[in-house]
Each structure stands twice: as C-alpha cells, then as structure tokens.
Design a protein around this ligand. Structure first.
Ligand code: FES
Ligand code: FES
Length: 154
C-alpha cells in the first residue's frame, strides 16, 4: 500500500508495505544511501535520521509510524548547526572508515539545535547510542565543542 513521506522537504509516495522500516524506504525506494545500515536493532545509530528535527533510528521506525512528520537525512541537512558540524568535522578530520559518520552527524546536529552549549555530559548522553567501530569518539566530542563555539561566535 503506498505511503506518503516528506523527506528533505519533498513529498514522496513509496509503494511499500506500511511495516517497511524507514531506513529501507530511504535507501531502496528513494536512493538516499547516506543513511547506513548497521545493526537493524536500534543499537548502533548508523541509521539515524531526523523526524521533525529529533534523531530517531530509522531501522526500527516503520514508515506507517512516520505520518506527517518531516524526515531529514544527511543529504538534506542544511541548518546552521549542520554547517558548523560539517566544518568542525573537516577541521578535526573526524571520520576514519566513515561508515558511522552520517548517523553521528545527525545526532550531533540535533544536539546542538536543542542545546547551543552542551556540557561533556550532555554530549556523552546525546551521542551514547552512536557506535563507531573505528573509535573516533574523542574527535567527535572535540568537533561538537568546536561547532558549538563557532555557532556562538557566528
Ligand atoms: S542500524 Fe539502526 S541503530 Fe543500528
Ligand atoms: S568512522 Fe568507521 S565506524 Fe566510525
């Protein structure tokens, strides 16, 4: 049964079963492959997207549960927080293999949009569900702090 999704500010009709995970609707139907599959069980964060600006695990979110909420993927991230995060990620050379990084950036961007000056504890809490097998955690935290400073000085 077709399901209508608003993704990156455009409406799409996806002809898939309502219980299809949002991750697969994005990757297989809309060819938005920046969102990654890791565990499929809400454990790793690789599949993180925003629903109405809140980070969610798209691997366990059926498309029937999205409703009118706006989906944003790494391909559609354009906010000032996203720009600051991207610049800090480049400056700190955060990614190694890169596989987890779109999920990390989605979580970091949502954190900064809701908390312009996050403490170490707030960063750790917000990012705890994003696993990085290359262990880039120290650089991720540094980049988030730099992004917060650049947003404050903007
Ligand atoms: S693939 Fe969704 S949390 Fe791991
Ligand atoms: S950069 Fe390789 S898994 Fe995170």
């Amino acid at each position: 049964m077709p399901v209508t999704l608003t993704v990156n500010d455009k409406e799409h009709t996806v002809d898939a079963s309502p219980d299809t995970p949002l991750l697969w609707a994005l990757r297989d139907y809309l060819e938005l492959t920046g969102t990654k599959y890791g565990c499929g069980m809400a454990l790793c964060g690789a599949c993180t997207v925003h629903l109405d600006d809140q980070p969610v695990r798209s691997c366990v979110t059926p498309i029937s549960a999205v409703g009118s909420r706006k989906v944003r993927t790494i391909e559609g991230l354009q906010s000032k927080e996203a720009q600051a995060v991207q610049a800090a990620w480049e400056k700190e050379r955060v990614p190694q293999c890169g596989y987890c990084q779109s999920g990390q950036i989605m979580s970091a961007t949502a954190l900064l949009a809701g908390n312009a000056n996050p403490s170490d504890e707030a960063i750790n809490t917000a990012m705890a569900g994003n696993i990085c097998r290359c262990a880039t955690y120290v650089r991720i935290r540094q980049a988030i702090k730099e992004a917060a400073v650049s947003l404050k000085n903007a």
